[in-house]
Structure formats: C-alpha cells, structure tokens
Ligand binder design. Structure first.
Ligand code: GUN
Length: 284
C-alpha cells in the first residue's frame, strides 16, 4: 500500500504557481483572485482565509469581500458584475453554501465564465462534458493531478464515483470518462453498492459520511480516493473511508487530512494563473 501525499504534491503545484505568477507579474499582469463570502459560516470563513493566505504566499493578489448573511441577491449580483468588468481581476469565487434566501444556481451563472475559476458555471460544465478546454472544478482536477503524479493509470480502468454533487461527483466522473475510464456514478439511491465498488479499480468517495467505505466493499489492489472531511464529536477529522481497515487492501490510498484536501486550493491557484495567462494573451 502506498499513501498518496497530497500535501507534498500541493506544495509542488504551489511552487509552479509561484513561478508562473512571477513571470506574469514581470509582464505587467498580476494574477488576481476575488473571493466573496456571504454570511458567517465558520467552515466557510476558514476555507476563505486559507485561500487568501495561499494566494499571498504564491504572489497572487487576493481581494476578499465579506457580505452580511442578510445581503440580498441583487447586491451580490452587483458585486459580481463589477468584478466581471474589472480587467485586473482574473478569478471570481463565491464561497458555497450561500444563505438559503439566495439562489445559488442563479448566482453562479452571473460570474463571467472566463473568470469562473471554480468551474461551476454551466458553460464550463458543458465544456468539461464536451471535452473542451475550460475551467475544471478544483477538487476533481486535483485528484487527476494526484493520479498523474503517482503514475496511476486511468485509461481502461473501472472507476466508481460515490456521490453525485456538482462540486465533486459529477465533474470527477466526467474527468475520468475523458481519461478513458469506464465510469459508474453511485449515490444515495444506488442499490447493492458493495457489488459495484468490489469491481472497481479506482474508487472516489465524496459523500460526507464518516468511515462509510468499508474494507469488504473494496477489492484487493484498488486505488481509493477519499474526498470526505468529517469532524467527529471527539473533534477528530476523518474521511468517508474507514481508513484503518481499507488501507491494507489498497495499492494507493489518500489519507484525511493530507490527501485530497490540500490539492483543492492548489488547483484554485492554478486556475487563477490560467485565467491570468488568458488576460496576457488578450493584451498582446
Ligand atoms: N464550498 C465547498 N467547496 C467549495 C468549492 O470548491 N468552491 C466554492 N466556491 N465553495 C465551496
């Protein structure tokens, strides 16, 4: 069994970002990410602060907008539109979840698809499904990078994605399909899940249920990717995989913490650089 070290790979990606940011800055394009946080969700605050810190460490300008929980939809849309029009802003990210009175899908469609570094805009979703170039959601994109770094072959493999969220499950399935895996997407209504997962060469779990994937659901030699971040009552952080029992059956497995988690922010920085490079091309 080999542990996939997301922390080490994310450090490598950040080093690439740092170099690319310096080159762009030299050419007069300072990469810039605008992050919008609505409300006072503690987890979201932590994520946004981490994103801001990572930007600064890599030479990416970071603009942070904190709006009150009772902000109305139109004020948020106005802010997004002003950032869309600001030529010095390369990426716009609205931290999810949004307060209940705001229509998330409506908001995500307001972000210019050329600044949509989260890859959540319907145009970028369409590009991904069609196999066209665009912005790809950060977590699944980071997982593909981990496969590449560890020489994990995807083509021709049976890949099972557990969870069908727009943020992870669906884009993950599409990336695996684009990389020529045979992909099965499972979810809460799936019957006989274990039968499906036992046949998998690669399993990606993203459902937010602590220790959900058990050893008897995994075949020997499988690659297991754990996207879950669950805080137990004793404050311990665990993934969606029963790591202790699953690990010794795997060829590769990601730990929690230190697996997929650090890759998400690293790929957000990469997407911001990609957008800044597009800005430079437009200037030429
Ligand atoms: N909330 C949980 N994950 C994400 C993410 O990747 N992007 C944004 N914007 N919000 C999130």
């Amino acid at each position: 069994m080999q542990l996939i070290d997301g922390k080490a790979i994310s450090a490598k990606v950040k080093e690439e970002v740092k170099n690319e940011a310096a080159q762009l800055t030299e050419k007069g394009v300072i990469p810039c990410l605008a992050v919008i946080l609505v409300g006072d969700d503690k987890a979201s605050q932590t994520y946004v602060n981490s994103k801001e810190k990572a930007c600064k460490a890599c030479g990416i300008r970071s603009l942070k907008y904190t709006l009150e929980a009772n902000t109305d939809e139109s004020a948020l849309i106005d802010l997004i539109q002003s950032l869309n029009e600001n030529d010095e802003v390369d990426g716009i990210l609205v931290q999810l979840p949004l307060p209940k009175h705001i229509d998330e899908n409506k908001i995500l469609e307001k972000i210019s698809c050329e600044k949509d570094v989260d890859g959540f805009h319907a145009v970028n979703v369409g590009r991904l499904v069609s196999g066209l170039d665009g912005f790809v959601p950060c977590t699944p994109c980071g997982i593909m990078r981990l496969f590449k770094e560890y020489g994990i072959e995807v083509s021709g493999k049976n890949a099972v994605v557990i969870g069908r969220s727009n943020i992870v499950g669906k884009p993950m399935a599409n990336l695996l399909l684009n990389a020529n895996a045979t992909v099965t997407v499972t979810h809460s209504k799936t019957q006989n899940l274990a039968k499906i997962t036992k046949d998998a060469d690669i399993i990606v779990v993203a459902i937010g249920k602590p220790n959900f994937l058990k050893a008897d659901m995994v075949k020997n030699g499988a690659v297991v990717i754990d996207v879950g971040i669950n805080r137990l009552e004793n404050n311990k952080l665990v993934g969606d995989v029963d790591f202790e029992n699953v690990a010794n059956k795997c060829s590769f497995i990601t730990p929690v913490p230190g697996g997929v988690g650090p890759m998400t922010i690293a790929m957000l920085l990469k997407n911001t650089i990609k957008s800044a490079k597009n800005r430079l091309k437009r200037l030429k």
